[in-house]
Design a binder for this molecule. Structure first.
Ligand code: MG
Length: 299
C-alpha cells in the first residue's frame, strides 16, 4: 500500500475505511458511496441449518443497511459467489431467489459480479454502490455534546431470525435526512452500546443512555427467556447486535421535532444525549449515573 498505486487509488476517496461506507468524489456528482460485506458458511451462517434464500437476501441487506447509515441512495450491487462444487448451480439459484426480490424492492440494479466453484465453503460477497444526497453523507464523526441520541425500531434477540429477515432502513434514513438536519449516523450491526460508543469516539465526545428509554424488542425478552441464563431483555437490546437499526445524532430541538412527528412506521426514539465527557454512561430509572459497558460483537 506504500506504493504509488495506493496513493493514486486514494485520490478520489472522500471518506475511506472506518465509516459505514466509503465515499468517492467525482466532478459534477454529490458523491458515490461504496460498501462491501462478505458472508462465509461456518462463520456468518450455517448452510446446513438455513434456507440459502435468506443468506442471499442478507448478503445484500447488510450492504443496504450500511448505505442507509450514510443516508445514501443505493443504486447498484456487485455479487460475488464462491460456491462449493456439489450442487453449485442449485445453490446459486436459491441465493439469487432471496437476493433479487430485495434488490427490486429497493430499486437496486445487480450491476455485475463473479461466480466460481471451489472445494471450500460457500462465500457470498456483495458490494453496493450508492449516491449521496444533496444533504451530503451522514458520518459517524458529526455528533456534538448536547445532541440527542435517536434510534429507529427496537433492539435485542436478533438471533431469533431478525438477523436474516430485517428491513434495511434505507427509506427511513432518506426520509429523515430530507426533512431534518442530522449530525451523525451508524447502523447497529455489532451491538447498540458498542456501535453507539463508536459514534461517540469518532465524534470526540461521550454518550449517556437513559436505560428506561431503550426500545427493547419482543425478541429480546423471548431470547432471554430461551437462554434462561439470568440475562435480561435490556442486556440483549444493548449488546446482541445485528439489529440493523440506525443510531442517529441530531440537535435537541431537531430531535424533539422528529420524535413528535413520528414519521417512521418502525418508530424513532430518543434514548439519551451525547455528552462532553468521553465514554459511555447510563442513567437508571432513579437518575443514577454510572459507566455503561460497550458490549457487542468485536471483529
Ligand atoms: Mg455499518
Amino acid at each position: 500500500l506504500a506504493s504509488g498505486w495506493g496513493l493514486g487509488a486514494q485520490r478520489g476517496l472522500a471518506i475511506g475505511i472506518g465509516d459505514d461506507a466509503a465515499v468517492l468524489r467525482f466532478a459534477g456528482l454529490e458523491g458515490c458511496v461504496l460498501t462491501a460485506d462478505m458472508l462465509t458458511d461456518g462463520v456468518d451462517f450455517e448452510l446446513e441449518r438455513i434456507d440459502p434464500r435468506r443468506v442471499g437476501r442478507k448478503a445484500l441487506a447488510v450492504n443496504l443497511s450500511d448505505a442507509a447509515a450514510m443516508a445514501a441512495r443505493p443504486l447498484a450491487a456487485i455479487v460475488c459467489l464462491a460456491l462449493p462444487r456439489a450442487g453449485a448451480l442449485e445453490l446459486a439459484k436459491e441465493l439469487y431467489e432471496g437476493l433479487i426480490p430485495l434488490a427490486e424492492q429497493f430499486g437496486v440494479a445487480i450491476a455485475g459480479g463473479d461466480t466460481n466453484t471451489w472445494d471450500g465453503p460457500l462465500v457470498v460477497s456483495v458490494t453496493v454502490v450508492g449516491q449521496v444526497t444533496e444533504r451530503g453523507p451522514l458520518v459517524r464523526s458529526g455528533a456534538r455534546a448536547g445532541d440527542a441520541i435517536l434510534v429507529t425500531g427496537s433492539f435485542g434477540g436478533s438471533r431469533r431470525g431478525r438477523q436474516f429477515d430485517f428491513e434495511p432502513r434505507v427509506r427511513e434514513a432518506l426520509a429523515l435526512a430530507e426533512r431534518w438536519p442530522l449530525a451523525a449516523g451508524i447502523d447497529v450491526s455489532d451491538g447498540l452500546s458498542l456501535d453507539l460508543a463508536r459514534v461517540a469516539k469518532a465524534s470526540g465526545c461521550g454518550a449517556e443512555v437513559e436505560l428506561a428509554k431503550v426500545p427493547v424488542s419482543e425478541d429480546a425478552g423471548a431470547w432471554a427467556a430461551e437462554l434462561a441464563d439470568g440475562s435480561t431483555a435490556l442486556e440483549h437490546a444493548l449488546a446482541d447486535g445485528e439489529d440493523f437499526e440506525l443510531i442517529l445524532a441530531a440537535a435537541p430541538e431537531v430531535a424533539a421535532e422528529i420524535v413528535a412527528a413520528q414519521p417512521l412506521a418502525c418508530g424513532i426514539t430518543r434514548i439519551g444525549s451525547f455528552v462532553a465527557e468521553a465514554g459511555l454512561w447510563q442513567l437508571d430509572a432513579e437518575g443514577r449515573r454510572s459507566p455503561l459497558a460497550a458490549r457487542g460483537f468485536e471483529h
